[in-house]
Ligand binder design. Structure first.
Ligand code: NAD
Ligand code: UDP
Length: 326
């Protein structure tokens, strides 16, 4: 039988966190999910509450936490631009103080710790696709800096704790991921376009829609996470996890219209500042070292995501911030 581990997932009630918790609980691990519910709600993990190996803790990672665990997945951080820009100082504190507190816990308990980093560390990239060796093109004083620089600083802290204190770290750079349990009002492009289609609203395209993103289905991402955590100790990352199939935002909107059968119009809105013009992961490293590559195509994953949004009561979700077009 596989070893049962005590595992902490911060941000565990969020979109990605809830899928990760589910997977680890199903594997029989003793799971603690810590979240301050800034961009999520308990309903994401409601189905786990009755499981004897699942524990839910309301906690803000900017404050220290004392637990005895074997592994930590650090996902706590708002991920959607509208939410991370709502209180940018809090966003930086979440990434930086959160990393310090959790790395401190990892050092004290000799636990392994994985950081959910982001493709945003590459900023608006002038190398395409982006390999891990690319150092990025981030505006350090722009509206996205609270997130991008917070995550870059967290990566620096992970590598310094590893070099100085021999903490067993892992760093995963996540590219745009979507799927069931995204917050319907999180303002991200996939959730916005689907919810707009299902509620008869116009589909909002920022700028001319020629900017690109590469969308990874959540199940593929979680598989990459778990492989990285359980991979060899000489491979600590950073490693890109994402789907290299690249689409313009306009193509995405057209696909959502086709799959939902909605008759909505596509309307243009201003492009937010520092919005990256292109983004696509080079996943050579993940393939070579983890034997990982995505298996779910955009059309299939969008179909499942649309089914999810059709199945939930959109009125039962609160807007995490007032910053979202509803
Ligand atoms: P999400 O907003 O659904 O989840 C984030 C969770 O963290 C939420 O439950 C939120 O309440 C919690 N949280 C925020 N601040 C906190 C704090 N101070 N203390 C405790 N909990 C806090 O977003 P997600 O898409 O699930 O993202 C999870 C992680 O993955 C984030 O760190 C994000 O930066 C990273 N990431 C996600 C994507 C993506 O496309 N989904 C891409 C790159 C990186
Ligand atoms: N976007 C859009 N319409 C929306 C929401 C987002 O055109 O309703 C665009 C946004 O400007 C960006 C892309 O879609 O170019 C992805 O945005 P998202 O917020 O999902 O993620 P990120 O910019 O962090 O990749």
């Amino acid at each position: 039988m596989a070893t049962i581990k005590r595992i902490l997932v911060t941000g565990g009630a969020g979109f990605l966190g809830s899928h990760l918790c589910e997977r680890l609980v199903d594997q029989g691990h003793d799971l603690i999910c810590a979240d301050n519910f800034f961009t999520s709600q308990k309903s994401n993990v409601q189905h786990l509450l009755e499981r004897p190996n699942f524990e839910l803790l309301r906690h803000d990672v900017t404050h220290p936490l004392f637990l005895e665990v074997d592994e930590i997945y650090n996902l706590a951080c708002p991920a959607s631009p509208v939410h991370y820009q709502f209180n940018p100082i809090k966003t930086i504190k979440t990434s930086v103080l959160g990393a310090i507190n959790l790395l401190g816990m990892a050092k004290r308990t000799h636990s392994k710790i994985l950081q959910a980093s982001t493709s945003e560390v590459y900023g608006d990239p002038d190398v395409h696709p982006q390999p891990e060796s690319y150092r990025g093109s981030v505006n350090p004083i722009g509206l996205r800096a609270c997130y991008d620089e917070g995550k870059r600083c967290a990566e620096a802290l992970f590598f310094d704790y590893h070099r100085m204190n021999h903490v067993n770290v892992r760093v995963v750079r996540i590219f745009n991921t979507y799927g069931p349990r995204m917050h319907p009002y999180d303002g991200r492009v996939v959730s916005n376009l689907i919810v707009q289609s299902l509620t008869g609203q116009d589909l909002t395209i920022y700028g001319d829609g020629s900017q690109t993103r590469s969308f990874c289905y959540v199940d593929d991402l979680i598989e990459g996470f778990v492989r990285m955590m359980n991979g060899p100790d000489d491979f600590i990352g950073p490693v890109n996890i994402g789907n290299p199939d690249e689409f313009t935002i306009l193509q995405l909107a057209q696909l959502v219209l086709e799959l939902t059968g909605a008759k909505s119009k596509i309307v243009r809105q201003p492009l937010p500042s520092d919005d990256p013009t292109q983004r696509r992961p080079d996943i050579t490293l993940a393939k070579d070292r983890l034997g990982w590559e995505p298996t779910v195509a955009l059309r299939e994953g969008l179909g499942k995501t649309i089914e999810y949004f059709q199945s939930v009561d959109l009125g039962s979700f609160r807007n995490p911030t007032p910053n979202v077009i509803k």
